[in-house]
Design a protein around this ligand. Structure first.
Ligand code: SF4
Length: 519
């Protein structure tokens, strides 16, 4: 192709696809093409291993490859090229197979086939990120792993609409299993999250900001900063780390810096500290703070120092000491002016209070439960989520997860039955916690999840939100509101099917949606 083609995220150009020389996210055409080559090589690898016994080395490479193609993970041709070669060499180990040409998918004439195959591939990228996080903690699920190969082959070979639709829901099913695996990895490694108030104030002296989802990385960083006079602050999706008992036991884990990922170019300006990116979302790095950006795992950006598999964070620590941090304690606020946020309301905590919640519903004190979750993004229109949460009635609680919560997690909405009205369940993968709570409540009321006074309003940006959505569809959950815009890769006929079967609806205005939900 003479121009790139990518439509995998919510901010895609004109709501249809990035088709010029540079994507809205800053991804250059060369990077987009290399990511396509990488995906084509992984499809070739999936074909090469068909019917053969494969080992963890092969699967780990597939997880890394799929994760690398997620939005805001890799902008670096110097790491993409060797990765493609490694995948091709790995395929050769199994007798080899031709790489798939991704242009065949992007130029597919049948828009519904293209749509369903894109849903499978884009959802699979999200699942791979979760499987990768579990894998670095030593947790694997062979059924989940096997499905990566199966689904990659399906993208290349399948044309039957029913089979493709089943393939889309299968990604949702496998993602549920994968989120359960990651939940097991996180809770067995670090304990069940407990409610924790997190200050937004940054103390004086040297500090490090750590962003992304990888709990293993923050554990290793906390271990290596012990006794060095350096404080550690979470950023973005790392915020829920504060709730895990084993992580919160480190005294230098002090608070959270900044808000959601799309504000980083503003928030990192003049920051007297290094920032370590463990996963998405890294944005094109501004020269003014480029000397302070470090990457690890699959994150890669040209010219930034990368911490390799030895996980020696000495360069980050030395940078923190050299920059010295703020001279005085420095107060920051959330988007709404709040001075702290609260996290740690994952499934164990909420289920331990299930009796209180059930009684509150029965007595009429709690009439509605909102789940407002998903990723944040840069496009205008996302104030919808702030406005919606602000307008939720006092006899309701708001469960939330992922980085979209930074739009409202510093609001004080008061309490209901002793519980804060906003309950942060964790990262996007902690959608697993929300599902467990919904299923438990449905059991308690002897009804289905769809019959609960539960209203699900999702914000999506990248591919992990897609696999979470597919999981909700696989579970048969209806009436999900999805915004701020619908995915470009959902064709009109596929959308029609989703609307008819699952009653998915695009978000409208907070007032109109609330009127319907409370109706
Ligand atoms: Fe465009 Fe999103 Fe693809 Fe970036 S990841 S090129 S913004 S569709």
């Amino acid at each position: 192709m003479e121009t790139m083609f990518c439509y995998q995220c919510e901010q895609t150009a004109k709501g249809t696809g990035c088709v010029s020389k540079r994507g809205v996210c800053g991804k250059e055409m060369e990077i987009s093409e290399l990511q396509d080559q990488l995906t084509g090589a992984m499809i070739g690898l999936a074909q090469a291993v068909k019917g053969k016994a494969y080992d963890d080395q092969t699967t780990d490479l597939v997880l890394a490859g799929l994760f690398t193609t997620i939005t805001n993970v890799s902008f670096n041709n110097e790491t993409l090229k060797p990765l493609i070669k490694r995948v091709q060499d790995e395929a050769a180990r199994y007798g080899g197979s031709r790489d798939y040409d991704m242009d065949l998918l992007w130029t597919e004439a049948d828009e519904d086939v293209k749509s369903l195959k894109s849903l499978i591939l884009i959802g699979l990228r999200g699942v791979a990120a979760y499987a990768y996080h579990a894998m670095v903690q030593g947790y694997r699920d062979e059924q989940v792993n096997a499905h990566f190969y199966e689904a990659l082959r399906q993208v290349a070979q399948e044309r039957d609409m029913d089979a493709l639709l089943a393939g889309v829901l299968k990604v949702g099913e496998i993602n549920l299993q994968c989120m359960a695996l990651l939940d097991q990895a996180n809770t067995q490694s670090y304990g069940h999250p407990v409610p924790t108030q997190v200050p937004l104030m940054v103390g004086k002296g040297p500090f490090i900001v750590i962003s992304g989802h990888d709990l293993k990385d923050i554990e290793l960083l906390l271990e290596q900063t012990k006794g060095k006079g350096i404080n550690v602050y979470t950023h973005g999706e790392m915020l829920p780390a504060h709730g895990y008992p084993k992580l919160k036991a480190y005294p230098q884990l002090k608070g959270n810096f900044g808000t959601a990922w799309q504000n980083q170019q503003k928030e990192f300006l003049g920051l007297p500290a290094p920032v370590l990116f463990t996963t998405n979302c890294i944005m094109p790095v501004k020269q003014s703070y480029a000397d302070r950006i470090f990457t690890t795992e699959v994150v890669s950006y040209p010219g930034m120092t990368h911490i390799g598999p030895d996980k020696d964070f000495t360069p980050v620590i030395n940078k923190a000491l050299a920059l010295g941090g703020y001279a005085q304690d420095t107060a920051f606020t959330g988007i709404n002016g709040g001075t702290h946020v609260t996290t740690g309301f994952a499934r164990n905590t909420v289920l331990s209070m299930a009796g209180t919640v059930v009684e509150a519903v029965k007595s009429g004190a709690l009439k509605h439960i909102f789940l407002v979750g998903g990723c944040d993004g840069a496009k205008p229109g996302r104030n919808y989520y702030t406005d919606l949460v602000k307008q939720t009635p006092k006899d309701s609680i708001v469960l939330t997860l992922a980085c979209g919560k930074f739009r409202f997690n510093d609001l004080d909405l008061g309490t209901l039955g002793g519980l804060p009205r906003i309950l942060d369940m964790g990262q996007c993968n902690d959608a697993y916690s929300a599902i467990q709570v919904a299923v438990a409540l449905a059991d308690a009321f002897k009804c289905t999840v769809n019959e609960l006074p539960l209203h699900i309003v999702l914000s999506w940006y990248e591919q992990k939100a897609v696999c979470v959505l597919l999981t909700l569809l696989y579970l048969g959950i209806r009436n999900i509101r999805l915004g701020p815009t619908l995915p470009a890769f959902v064709s009109p006929a596929v959308l029609d099917l989703l609307v008819k079967t699952y009653h998915i609806a695009p978000t409208m205005t907070p007032e109109a949606d609330l009127a319907q939900m409370l109706g």
